[in-house]
Design a protein around this ligand. Structure first.
Ligand SMILES: NC(=O)C1=CN([C@@H]2O[C@H](COP(=O)(O)OP(=O)(O)OC[C@H]3O[C@@H](n4cnc5c(N)ncnc54)[C@H](OP(=O)(O)O)[C@@H]3O)[C@@H](O)[C@H]2O)C=CC1
Ligand SMILES: O=C(O)C1=N[C@H](C(=O)O)C[C@H](O)C1
Length: 238
């Protein structure tokens, strides 16, 4: 498979190592200084693009892939407000688009555990619930995309919580998401349900970026040759 890497920072480099070890050919490595390569002539040579850049640049980059008719796997977080527009444009261009706030198998299983626990806690109002995420200090967005996915799942089931804030809140209807930035944390997410009697805590801790990168390569293999808007649930059959 010929891969175009859009974004060649921490994730781009981790994906390069895994894709190359699996026998794929990385034909483009694009960073902020080589955006002129984001054109049909170059991008169009790839079977698939993998985009991990910044909240400010992801939308433009994904559109460039649609224009070049290259399916794109996107892991960039912090640009949720533009996702609905991208999904519509994907249909217009008859493109392929797969976005995930977290590509690791472990976190995608954790998402399913979160939904199940939230379903059970929906009928137990004696429990309050809050969330914490810890990442490295270079992270640009807060809360993390993964934390927002977890929060949306939780609010969908635990209806006594109606909104989330990226702070500590005393409002009973507000889900607090506390963000901490501590090096070198690749990504830790914890959800705690607490009552006067006991606490239940679930945590996912990434030990490195390997799980995110391996998941992105698996998603790219899966997306190649497909049209439509997909998620990791499609890839992992969850
Ligand atoms: N979904 C998931 O599983 C995961 C998602 N992420 C997300 O992925 C994103 C990237 O993370 P990470 O690799 O750690 O970040 P880095 O800051 O290490 O890398 C970002 C890269 O994007 C490049 N870049 C900036 N602007 C452009 C542009 N206009 N076109 C092309 N490339 C550009 C930068 O280039 P330069 O170096 O020249 O500035 C750099 O190479 C973040 O949003 C992060 O939250 C991270 C891990 C897992
Ligand atoms: O920026 C990161 O590093 C990470 N970002 C993603 C997020 O925002 O959830 C995924 C992972 O936690 C690492």
């Amino acid at each position: 498979m010929k891969i175009a890497l859009i974004g060649y920072g921490k994730m781009g480099k981790a994906i390069d190592a895994i894709a190359t070890a699996k026998g794929h050919e990385v034909i483009l490595r694009i960073d902020a200084d080589s955006q002129h390569l984001l054109e049909k002539e170059q991008l169009g040579q790839a079977d698939v693009a993998i985009e991990f850049t910044t909240p400010e640049t992801a939308y433009h980059n994904v559109l460039k892939c649609f224009e070049a008719k290259v399916p794109v796997v996107c892991g960039t977080t912090g640009w949720l407000e533009k996702l609905p527009a991208v999904k519509e444009l994907c249909s217009k261009y008859q493109g392929g688009f797969l976005h995930a706030t977290n590509f690791s198998i472990g976190v995608n299983i954790f998402f399913e555990v979160n939904k199940k626990l939230a379903d059970l806690m929906a009928a137990q109002p004696q429990y309050n619930v809050w969330m914490e995420e810890i990442h490295h200090t270079q992270k640009k967005d807060a809360p993390s995309g993964t934390a927002i996915t977890l929060a949306e799942q939780l609010l969908g089931a635990v209806t006594r919580k109606t909104n989330w804030v990226n702070a500590s809140s005393e409002q009973p209807e507000t889900l607090s998401i506390i963000s901490k930035r501590i090096d070198p944390a690749p990504g830790t997410h914890t959800i705690t349900y607490t009552s006067a009697i006991d606490d239940i805590t679930i945590t996912h801790t990434a030990h490195s970026r390997e799980g995110f990168a391996a998941g992105a390569v698996t998603a790219a293999e899966w997306l190649t040759g497909r049209q439509g808007v997909f998620s990791m649930r499609d890839v992992l059959n969850l």
